[in-house]
Ligand binder design. Sequence first.
Ligand SMILES: NC(=O)c1ccc[n+]([C@@H]2O[C@H](COP(=O)([O-])OP(=O)(O)OC[C@H]3O[C@@H](n4cnc5c(N)ncnc54)[C@H](O)[C@@H]3O)[C@@H](O)[C@H]2O)c1
Length: 344
Amino acid sequence: MSVSRVGLIGAGAIGRAHLVGAAEAEGVEIVGIADPNVAAKALANEFSIPWFADHRALVDQMKLDGAIVATPNALHVPISLELIGAGIGVLVEKPISDTVEDALRLARTAADANVPLLVGHHRRHNPIIRTARSLVRDGKLGRLVSASALATFLKPDAYFDEAWRRTTAAGPVLINLIHEIDLLRFVCGEIGSLQAITSNAVRGFEVEDTAAIIIQLKNGAVATITLSDTAASPWSWDTSSGENASFAKNSIESHFLSGTDASLALPTLRMWHYAGDRGWFHPLSIGIVDYAAADPYVEQMRHFGSVIRKEEEPLCDAFDAAKTLEITASVRQAAQSGKAVRFS
Ligand SMILES: NC(=O)c1ccc[n+]([C@@H]2O[C@H](COP(=O)([O-])OP(=O)(O)OC[C@H]3O[C@@H](n4cnc5c(N)ncnc54)[C@H](O)[C@@H]3O)[C@@H](O)[C@H]2O)c1
C-alpha cells in the first residue's frame, strides 16, 4: 500500500489525537508539524518529526500529499484555501468555517480544483454510528419515527476562566451541538426544520448554558436534542462512548432511535423489538447488535489517506459540513425569534 505524506497544522488538543491516530492508521504518515506555539516543538520531538513555526515552511520543505488543519476555527478556511492552491489534500477540523458563506466558498474552490477535502466530523468514522446508520437505512427499525439525543454534561468551572468562553463566541450550541446535528443527519436523515429554546439561567453568562431543540426530519421523523454544559449528568456521547479518553466513560445510553418495527439505543447498540405480539401490552425483546470496534480517529486518518489518493470519496465533504454548520448556526436565531427555521 502506498503511504500518503501528511503535515499537521495546529498541534493542540485535537492535533495530538491526530498524531496518535496516524501512528496506528495504515496508508498515512504525519511527516511534520507547523504550529507557532513552542509546546508544539516538544510534541514534534516526542513523535520524532520536524517542527515548523509557520505552515508555509512545512508545505515548502516536506513534499506533502495532504495536510490536517487543526488550528483555531478562524484559520480553517484561509489555510485550507492555500493548501488547495498548492494541490495538497485537506482534512480540516470541524466546524469547517466560522460562516456558512466561507464554508461554501471553500467547498466550491476544492471542487473546482479537484483537490480532495475531508472535514473532521470524526463521529462518522465510529463503527457504532456507522452500524446505526446502516440499520436505519436498511429499514431494520421499520420506518423511523423519532430520535432523542441527550448531550448533558458538566464543564468544570475553571473552563470558564477564559473570558471568551463566557461569550457568544463559545457556548454549547457552537462548540458541542454541531456534533449532534451531524450525527443526526448522518444516521437519521436530512433535517427539514428546527425550533429551539436556549437558557443562561444557571451560569448567568452572556452565552447559553442549556438548550432544547426540536427537529423535523425530511423523512417525516421528529427529533429532540437536549443540551447543557452545566448539568451534573452522565448522559452524553462524549461521556459514554469512550471515543475520547480525556472524558470519563459512564455505562449509560445517550441516543435513542425509534421506528415502527424496532428501537435502538446508542452507544450500546441495544435493539428492542416485539418477537411475538405487538403493542404496549406485550414485552419487547432486547438484543445487542454486533459490530467490530475501532477507534474513529484512527479510522478517520486511514480514510484521509485513501481520500488523498482518490481511492475513496470523503465521508464528509465540504458541502456536507457546510450544511451541518448552517443548521447548527440557526439554533440561536430560532431561539431568539421563537420561530421555526427551515432548510432547503
Ligand atoms: N473533532 C473533534 O472532536 C474536535 C475536538 C476538539 C477540537 N476540534 C477542533 O479542532 C480545532 C482545534 O481545537 P483544539 O481543541 O485542538 O484547540 P487548541 O487551542 O488546543 O489547539 C490549536 C492549536 O493551533 C495552533 N495555532 C494557532 N495559530 C496557528 C497557525 N497560524 N498555524 C499553525 N498552528 C496554529 C495553536 O498554537 C494551538 O496549538 C478547532 O477548530 C476545534 O473546533 C475538534
